[in-house]
Design a protein around this ligand. Structure first.
Ligand code: NAP
Length: 249
């Protein structure tokens, strides 16, 4: 245990989550880096965090399952008092029209992107809320501009799940506003990470650059900078906010 505040980042092994971990370590946080499958990537992120003086551990856990949630929060409790949660783990599926969706696709989409985030926030609130004897804290949910745009012809299910994240953010922020917890969301636009390849479109971020007003995809580091702002005392009066980090799109 150290004096540095403890931050849990779900899906911290790659992409936006990994960038958040590294920047948070550089800014004085201890890290719990959650991952699903890629242990080597998670360990590499934790090693980078330690190089910044952080106590950093990794924890495997599928945020879509109760067993995963239990593993993650057992690790939190071993490490100390939770200060912040970056509710980042998320998935897309292959590009498809709505009439091509099957039940298994929708179950996974909502289990990871909505229920997993609500379950992680629930466990964080139990530990951080002054109502439950905690010291307060901060939750940053990673939503998407898809929540606003709808992602027609690509993944309307993902967009609908992200809209649920937005509404959950606003509702939870008001519920815990007097309990020392701020809750906000970031809506990234098109960010250059491996998520696009996982949906079968490895060049998606570069291909879509012309439709972004700034004419380029964003970087994971640019999203992480906004996450770190929302985590910080400089955002002390910011709660229930949905911050677009999307190059104007
Ligand atoms: P990414 O590069 O594909 O990384 C996804 C991360 O989430 C990985 O660390 C992965 O772990 C983890 N993960 C996936 N499913 C998980 C599960 N069930 N339980 C625990 N961890 C899980 O994705 P990204 O682009 O950084 O996206 C991060 C977040 O930003 C997501 O919520 C995504 O929806 C959102 N977002 C991304 C973009 C974009 O353009 N990139 C735009 C808008 C919003 P493993 O390494 O173990 O697989």
């Amino acid at each position: 245990m150290t004096n540095r505040p403890l931050l849990l980042v779900t899906g911290g092994s790659r992409g936006i989550g990994a960038a958040v971990c590294r920047k948070a370590a550089a800014q004085g946080y201890d890290l719990l880096v959650n991952y699903h499958s890629n242990a080597i990537a998670a360990e590499a992120v934790a090693a980078d965090c330690r190089a910044f003086g952080a106590n950093a551990e990794v924890v495997q856990g599928d945020t879509a399952t109760e067993a995963g949630i239990e593993s993650i929060f057992q690790a939190v409790d071993r490490l100390g008092s939770l200060h912040g949660l970056v509710n980042n783990a998320g998935v897309v599926d292959a590009t498809a029209r709505v009439e091509e969706f099957d039940r298994a696709r929708l179950d996974r989409m909502f289990a990871v992107n909505v229920i997993g985030k609500i379950r992680c926030a629930t466990e964080a609130v139990k530990r951080m809320s002054t109502k439950h004897g905690g010291q307060g804290g901060v939750i940053v949910n990673i939503s998407s501009m898809a929540a606003v745009i709808g992602s027609s012809g690509q993944y309307v299910d993902y967009a609908a799940a992200k809209a649920a994240v937005d509404t959950f953010t606003v509702g939870l922020s008001r519920e815990v506003a007097t309990e020392g917890i701020r809750v906000n969301a970031i809506r990234p636009g098109i960010i250059d990470t491996e998520i696009h390849a996982s949906g079968g479109l490895p060049d998606r971020a570069r291909d879509l650059a012309p439709i972004v007003p700034m004419q380029r995809p964003g970087t994971a580091d640019e999203v992480a900078d906004s996450v770190l702002y929302l985590l910080s005392p400089q955002a002390s009066y910011v709660t229930g906010a949905l911050l677009n980090v999307s190059g104007g799109r």
